[in-house]
Design a protein around this ligand. Structure first.
Ligand code: B12
Ligand code: SF4
Length: 525
């Protein structure tokens, strides 16, 4: 069979990183089938274009995976594919919780011929075999011999052939940026952020999060060797392409078992597998100085921290009382000392939030080392404890909010402000944190650092803004570039005419710089 795996865009914001599930399922497909991948974030297509593609490429089966916010588009695409007579299998967190919706068993239209519930590592080969023999079932559940749900072990993780996969659609280097990037260092023909997982699961059970319910609270890890080999494969690819690769460790909590994380990072260093990487780690796990040293030495550049709120009452309300706002600054300083910066994620519209929450939060953020603050609204995702609590209290205002995706729109009423006020707070958060002045300030605050660090923070801020904030068309990007022309001009001038760099804390940089040199030399810079 010719199989197409498709991940939809939501048409409003976009991701800059391909989705791991597609590469994983491609690697787990039984031999004898050809698998093609399209990520709508990189290659936006509408319903008619996908239907045409399916016909032109003589596709026999289409697999679609989507988060809740992309599900409306996913259903439209599925409908268009099914209208061509080709079968559609859907999977991922949304349809796992609402399989009846996808299968049209809830009174609505049917979108999928089959649904894969939960983690599909073990069911996907069976789905493919059944589809090939014309015996596709409606629901595939990962269960053991006794019918009990089984979470796949990651000990036998497949080799994702990163050295040969066609990644053309995921190159992030715009041609117009070549002259500047060439100055920063050779080897910038391509730049890709690649998702890699080292483990699955998080036991914390935050009220708004689907992870504990979906992946379970049993944590599973790949072997260090398998992760190191994957990184080496990625480095080799970057070297052959004379390009750059960075890795996003998509584990929900990369340091959930600190001992194991340290052992992995040591093996990465020992194996010469350092690449620049980003990972999600909760603030309470970043108290260990040795862990932070290892993060920096192994290539860690950014840590995504779900801070959510600076108000302990809010945190307790959503079962995230283990976050201690009083220690946020200390954690960020600890990272910044090693030139590791943080993506700090906040949620507004929580039950104890009142008007002014954005300014109160930003007044703290401004005292922290520069990073990437991001803001969202408390969103009741299906099947989360939050959804159930709000539903029971009759507080949902858009019960099936996913049927019409509107970015930054509440689906319930907060307790201490109105929906409109919550919307205004999130807008204000973005506007202030990403104003040209704030961007210039972030770049200037690294004035004592080499140019690469300042370009890094500037580009990272631009990209992250685009993931979360509507910034789709060329015009929107041109406008943002024009608004930030002074900072861009300054960086370009420095790239061409130079400026003496003064490392802020030579001791703390030694470990990372050794790793970085190693990593650069291996990617052909
Ligand atoms: C990496 C990541 C991101 C990346 C981008 C996604 C990417 N390119 O990979 C970033 C950081 C940008 C991101 C952003 C957001 N994310 Co996110 N993200 C993740 C994360 C941590 C990992 C995803 C992953 O690769 N998992 C590992 C793979 C192997 O698991 P999987 O995708 O579930 O796939 C398995 C099964 O689901 C199934 N499967 C999946 N698809 C398909 C399709 C078929 C056909 C089949 C058969 C099977 C199948 O098989 C796979 C193997 O077992 C998940 C949490 C998690 N652990 O999954 C959250 C998660 C997906 N994100 C989530 C959310 C809410 C968001 C945001 C909306 C957050 C926000 N408030 O702004 C934004 C949206 C951004 C946007 N522009 O739309 C939620 C989605 C929940 C939901 N019901 O929709 C999750 C689950 C986390 C959570 N807190 O609950 N995210
Ligand atoms: S710590 Fe993060 S991944 Fe774990 S349950 Fe909470 S929000 Fe979800």
């Amino acid at each position: 069979m010719r199989i197409l795996l498709y991940n939809p865009d939501n048409g409003v914001t976009r991701n800059f990183m391909p989705h791991l599930w597609m590469f994983l399922l491609q690697s787990l497909t039984p031999p004898g089938h050809e698998v093609l991948l399209i990520d709508g974030n990189a290659k936006p297509m509408d319903e008619a274009q996908i239907a045409q593609y399916v016909r032109d490429e003589k596709i026999d089966l289409v697999g679609i995976g989507a988060m809740t916010r992309m599900i409306a588009k996913a259903y439209r695409i599925a409908d268009a594919v099914r209208a061509t007579g080709v079968k559609v299998v859907m999977g991922g967190p949304h349809v796992t919780e609402l399989a009846d919706e996808a299968l049209g068993r809830d009174g609505g239209p049917r979108h999928a011929d089959a649904v894969a519930l939960g983690e599909a590592d073990e069911t996907w080969p069976q789905i493919v075999n059944d589809a090939a023999s014309g015996t596709l079932k409606e629901i595939y559940t990962p269960v053991d011999e006794s019918g009990k749900e089984r979470k796949p072990s990651l000990k036998q993780y497949p080799v994702i052939p990163w050295d040969s996969i066609d990644l053309a659609q995921f190159n992030l280097v715009p041609k117009s940026a070549f002259p500047l990037l060439k100055k920063v260092g050779a080897g910038w023909g391509t730049f890709r952020i690649i998702p890699v997982e080292s483990g699955r699961g998080c036991p914390y059970g935050c009220e708004f999060c689907t992870v504990t319910g979906f992946f379970g609270d049993s944590i599973r890890f790949r072997t260090n060797e398998s992760v190191v080999n994957e990184l080496l494969l990625l480095k080799a690819r970057a070297r052959t392409e004379k390009g750059q690769i960075a890795v996003f460790f998509i584990d929900d909590n990369f340091a959930i078992n600190v001992k194991r994380t340290k052992s992995l990072l040591r093996d990465i260093i020992a194996g010469g597998a350092q690449v620049h990487w980003v990972a999600q780690i909760s603030a309470n796990l970043l108290r260990d100085e040795e862990l932070i040293d290892l993060i920096a030495a192994s290539g860690g550049k950014w840590v995504f921290i779900g801070m959510e709120s600076i108000d302990p009452t809010n945190l307790k309300d959503v079962n995230k009382g283990f976050n201690k706002p009083g220690e946020y600054a200390e954690v960020l300083e600890r990272l910044a000392k090693r030139n590791v910066y943080a993506i700090t994620s906040f949620i507004f519209g929580m039950d104890n939030d009142t008007v002014g929450v954005a300014e109160r939060t930003l007044s703290q953020v401004r005292t922290w080392p520069p990073g990437l603050p991001i803001f969202g609204l408390l969103t009741p995702l299906p099947a989360t404890p939050l959804y159930k609590r709000l539903e029971a209290a009759g507080r949902l205002t858009r019960v099936k909010h996913w049927q019409e995706f509107i970015p930054f729109a509440m689906a319930h009423t907060p307790l201490k402000m109105t929906i409109d006020e919550a919307h205004a707070e999130v807008k204000s958060g973005w506007a202030q944190a990403y104003s040209p002045e704030a961007l210039a300030h972030a770049v200037d605050s690294l004035d004592d650092q080499p140019l690469g660090y300042r370009i890094n923070i500037f580009i990272a801020r631009m990209c992250f803004r685009g993931i979360y904030f509507p910034m789709m068309g060329k015009f929107a990007w041109v406008k943002v570039v024009a608004e930030n022309r002074r900072t861009i001009f300054k960086l370009v001038k420095e790239a061409f005419f130079g400026r003496k760099a003064r490392p802020r804390s030579p001791m703390s940089e030694v470990a990372y710089d050794e790793a970085a040199q190693e990593s650069h030399s291996q990617v052909g810079a």
